[in-house]
Ligand binder design. Structure first.
Ligand code: G1P
Length: 286
């Protein structure tokens, strides 16, 4: 009898889009000449945490939907020969090990979102990088730390089970639902819901629940066709939430209450909380 050598199956999802064209006005003047995604939490820029999370989930083909003034992101995910030369053989060399390994473990592609017409439009702009396969989306502003596995890795597991689009959710106080896409759904387990309604940034009192979408998604590729036909919604922008609702009407969106913590690094308060959290973790007191 032959015993077949066990080999690791190809990951089902390989691509991950990072919409990074936004301005980051809440962090002015820091973000005047620097992408908000490059703001460091301790010594690592926000976007690097996101890419590490994607790679941990097996999503090693990284695509950035970028914009004017964002070149520092490209430079970050590239070698810096002068710097490497300067610090070679010194004690500082080890500070570059993490980013060097990350660069070696994935590929990076870039496309530009020429007009800023909302998150749905940014994701549609990434179609050229994704093609016709399922893909992840990470909003680097939402810094996530999973309990045992990263949030995207948890979601990839849910995708393998259901084969449809997945959104990450968390409970938020009612007073905060207006900041998010909010879902309503039928509970399949304590942590998984089949979505049957979703509203982008509902007005006070109009949220269908307190389950807010946070910046981690897995999409089936039909989302692109849907986005092409999606009219501008809230704030006159093409909303990914509106496109997802089309899939949800066919029962094809699951919401997943992830195990871990998320920091809203799009706000100064959340950013400071994330920094304190990481500092305590590093100091071993968290
Ligand atoms: C976007 C989405 C929203 C989601 C949020 C998560 O909003 O439109 O549905 O809840 O990300 O961070 P933004 O924060 O970009 O305004």
């Amino acid at each position: 009898m032959f015993v077949h050598e066990r080999c690791r199956p190809e990951p089902v999802i390989k691509k991950c889009l990072f919409p990074v064209a936004g301005y980051g006005t809440r962090f002015l003047p820091a973000t005047k000449a620097m992408p908000k995604e490059m703001l460091p939490v301790l010594t690592k820029p926000l976007v690097q945490y996101g890419v590490e999370e994607a790679v941990e989930a097996g999503l090693t083909e990284i695509g950035f939907v970028t914009g004017r003034g964002k070149r520092a992101i490209e430079d970050h995910f590239d070698l810096s020969y002068e710097l490497e030369h300067q610090i070679r053989g010194t004690g500082k060399e080890k500070l570059l090990t993490g980013i060097r390994d990350l660069i070696g473990s994935c590929t990076f592609s870039y496309t530009r979102q020429v007009n800023m017409r909302g998150l749905g439009h940014a994701i549609l702009s990434g179609r050229t990088l994704v093609g016709d396969e399922p893909f992840g989306v990470v909003l680097a502003d939402d810094l996530c730390f999973g309990n045992e596995r990263g949030v995207l890795a948890q979601m990839a597991g849910i995708f393998e089970r259901f084969g449809c689009s997945i959104v990450a959710i968390q409970e938020v106080p009612e007073s905060e639902t207006h900041k998010y896409g909010v879902i309503a759904g039928q509970g399949i387990s304590d942590t998984i819901f089949r979505v049957n309604d979703m509203v982008e940034k509902p007005a006070p009192g109009e949220a269908p629940s307190n389950l807010a979408i946070i910046g981690r998604y897995i999409f089936t590729p039909d989302i692109f066709e849907i986005l092409e036909g999606t009219a501008p919604g809230k704030n006159d922008e093409i909303q990914i939430t509106d496109a997802l609702l089309q899939q949800a009407r066919h029962g094809a969106v699951m919401a997943y209450k992830f195990a871990g913590r998320r920091f809203d690094c799009g706000s100064v308060e959340g950013f400071v909380e994330a920094t304190n959290h990481c500092f305590r973790q590093q100091a071993g007191t968290g």
